[in-house]
Design a protein around this ligand. Structure first.
Ligand SMILES: C[S@@+](CC[C@H](N)C(=O)[O-])C[C@H]1O[C@@H](n2cnc3c(N)ncnc32)[C@H](O)[C@@H]1O
Length: 303
């Protein structure tokens, strides 16, 4: 529920066909924001002509959606509490075995890069927050006998500093740097194989996701993978209950907004098609429930 696959299949081709060409980062951002707004408006416009269930689903989805900012995105929010939220998210990630699951999603690409290139795959994680996935990835790969070069990054310097300390304490060779996910212009072309981002796309506007995907395709030789919670009603029971168990009102606040902001898989696919028209784009749900996965691969490098 809340994915609107049938409705979007009708609407998206028309929207993409009518889209003006974008020429720079600003126009990409603007055009993508407009395209997603048009898709959501289109759903509302045809809702009455759908069956009652689909009509109700579109209206409920519209009512749920919000533009309210999460504490994590508020630059004025106290640094210590912001670090506390990403640490709570880390505990939640461990409960739901998120890191092993993210690794499983990446594994075929990492193995293929290692085989084809004859060297360690180079992965850049954007918006890595607590940095725990980057650290876990290095450990899991080590156990699996894979050679991997991992770099984590985040916009907020307090996260980056805390991650550098963790890597040092755990004696792990994982680099952390401060990066704005929408501005990767400081990174050389093909300086990584894969760019990965977890549980962060909903923090960004459609235009910002497009800028991130577009620039990742320049920076990454193989492509981009983004994982986020799946837009669905079931998560509305699970995630806040986890917040209560963790006794973190800040986490509950952000988790509740997060659920309302997740993109649908067809929205993610459309955004990526606009940002990287020549790439192979797939947006799907994960094998075990809970996540949507967006892969955007250079055509010759798909796993
Ligand atoms: C919900 S957290 C996800 C953290 C981590 N990926 C995880 O799954 O546990 C979202 C992260 O996005 C980061 N962020 C927000 N805006 C960003 C930007 N423009 N560039 C890079 N990171 C950003 C935040 O600092 C935060 O760490």
């Amino acid at each position: 529920m809340l994915q609107h696959r049938n409705v979007d299949q009708q609407l998206i081709p028309e929207i993409l066909l009518a889209l003006p060409a974008w020429t720079d980062r600003d126009s990409l951002e603007q055009i993508t924001n407009q395209a997603v707004a048009r898709l959501r408006r289109g759903r509302r416009n045809i809702a009455n002509s759908l069956g009652w269930l689909q009509n109700a689903e579109v209206r409920l989805d519209d009512w749920i959606r919000t533009d309210v900012a999460e504490y994590l995105d508020d630059p004025g929010f106290p640094e210590k509490r912001r670090v506390g939220i990403v640490q709570s998210l880390h505990r939640f990630n461990r409960w739901v075995l998120a890191y092993q699951r993210f690794f499983n999603m990446l594994r075929p690409y990492l193995l293929r890069i290692e085989q084809q290139q004859g060297r360690a795959a180079r992965i850049l994680e954007l918006a890595s927050g607590s940095g725990e996935f980057s650290l876990a990835l290095a450990k899991i790969a080590q156990h699996a006998g894979m050679s991997l070069s991992v770099t984590g990054s985040d916009y907020f310097v307090e996260h980056v500093n805390s991650c550098k300390n963790k890597a040092l304490k755990q004696n792990l060779n994982v680099e952390f740097k401060q990066l704005n996910a929408f501005d990767l212009s400081g990174l050389p072309e093909h300086s990584y194989d894969l760019v990965f981002v977890a549980q962060s796309m909903h923090h960004f506007t459609p235009g910002q996701v497009a800028m991130m995907v577009h620039q990742s395709m320049r920076v990454a030789q193989t492509g981009f993978m983004g994982v986020d919670g799946q837009r669905s009603l079931s998560l509305f029971t699970i995630v806040p209950s986890a917040g209560v168990l963790m006794r973190s009102t800040d986490f509950i606040h952000d988790a509740w907004i997060t659920l309302r902001k997740f993109y649908t898989e067809s929205e993610l696919a459309m955004i990526a098609q606009i940002a990287a028209p020549k790439a192979q784009v797939i947006a799907r749900r994960s094998t075990l429930p809970g996540y949507s996965i967006l892969t955007v691969m250079h055509p010759e490098n798909n796993a």
